[in-house]
Design a protein around this ligand. Structure first.
Ligand code: MN
Length: 283
């Protein structure tokens, strides 16, 4: 069960975050679990984050990595990479996580592809029952080891039952909160799991409460002012770049090969009949 929180009709980005999927928690005890065949990426970073279960990542650089809860799987596609993601044959009964993309800015979008796995991430502990794990970027002086190309933050904020806290924010960042578990009250709004609240810019802190153990992803960053074209698994600036990337994937050029995945690679869908247009962060 996958919920797409970004892009939506009204909003395409929060900072450089341009794609947000929340999946599960699903019982996959008697099922294959996640099975995403090899597919390409361009112009973005993928951020993989798990609360339950595990995912095996393979990519065209030769990386093979089992990702577990609390660990950052960060893939910088740069100009071209391909990867597969699958639950291992022997896996935990529950699968729950988020798949996020970060758009690369013009100066870095053609950079060399890279894979990073960070098992240890810094934590911010506020008073009042708050613990935040910094996944990407920086929060309250704690910085993730993951490579970032624009000023941003991604953090998993855990609130203990009865928590009441204020999380320091940067007024030049825009933010959104995506509830992962429990029922966090963010800026006075109670959020059910799988829903995302857009918080905008101009805040110096964020009031938080929780009656039960809860957690949410805080996503934010400097508003991304470049207009982008996003289609299938690609982020570019023009329709022609997208068409070329699709062609290169279908002919086997540029994106390399993923070894070890038991199955065929994904074919690209047909391009839409009208050229794709660059779009800004807000519709
Ligand atoms: Mn992918």
């Amino acid at each position: 069960m996958v919920r797409r929180l970004l892009p939506t009709l009204g909003r395409r980005m929060v900072g450089a975050w341009c794609f947000v999927d929340h999946y599960g928690p699903d019982n996959v005890a008697q099922a294959p679990g996640m099975q995403v065949p090899p597919h390409p990426h361009m112009g973005l970073q993928t951020v993989s984050w798990l609360h339950d279960g595990e995912v095996v990542h393979r990519d065209s650089l030769g990386s093979v990595q089992t990702l577990r809860p609390g660990q950052l799987g960060l893939m910088t596609s740069g100009r071209a990479i391909s990867h597969s993601e699958e639950s291992p044959r022997e896996h935990a009964p529950v699968l729950h996580g988020a798949q996020l993309w970060v758009a690369l800015p013009e100066a870095h979008r053609h950079t060399a592809p890279a894979w990073e796995h960070h098992a240890a991430l810094p934590e911010v502990t506020g008073g009042g029952g708050l613990t935040a794990t910094v996944i990407m970027g920086e929060l309250d002086g704690a910085a993730s080891p993951g490579t970032a190309f624009t000023p941003l933050v991604g953090a998993d904020v855990a609130l203990a039952a009865g928590a009441s806290a204020r999380l320091p924010l940067r007024p030049d960042f825009e933010y959104a909160a995506l509830t992962m578990s429990g029922e966090a009250e963010v800026d006075g709004v109670r959020l059910a799991p799988g829903s995302m609240l857009y918080l905008g810019c101009g805040r110096t802190d964020l009031p938080l409460r929780a009656d039960v153990d809860s957690s949410f992803l805080l996503l934010g960053g400097e508003p991304f002012e470049e207009r982008i074209v996003m289609w299938w698994n690609f982020v570019a600036r023009t329709n022609d770049e997208i068409a070329q990337a699709r062609e290169d994937w279908m002919t086997g050029d540029r994106f390399g090969d993923v070894h070890g995945y038991d199955g065929d690679r994904l074919g690209a869908p047909a391009l839409p009949p009208v050229p794709l247009k660059p779009r800004g962060r807000v519709r």
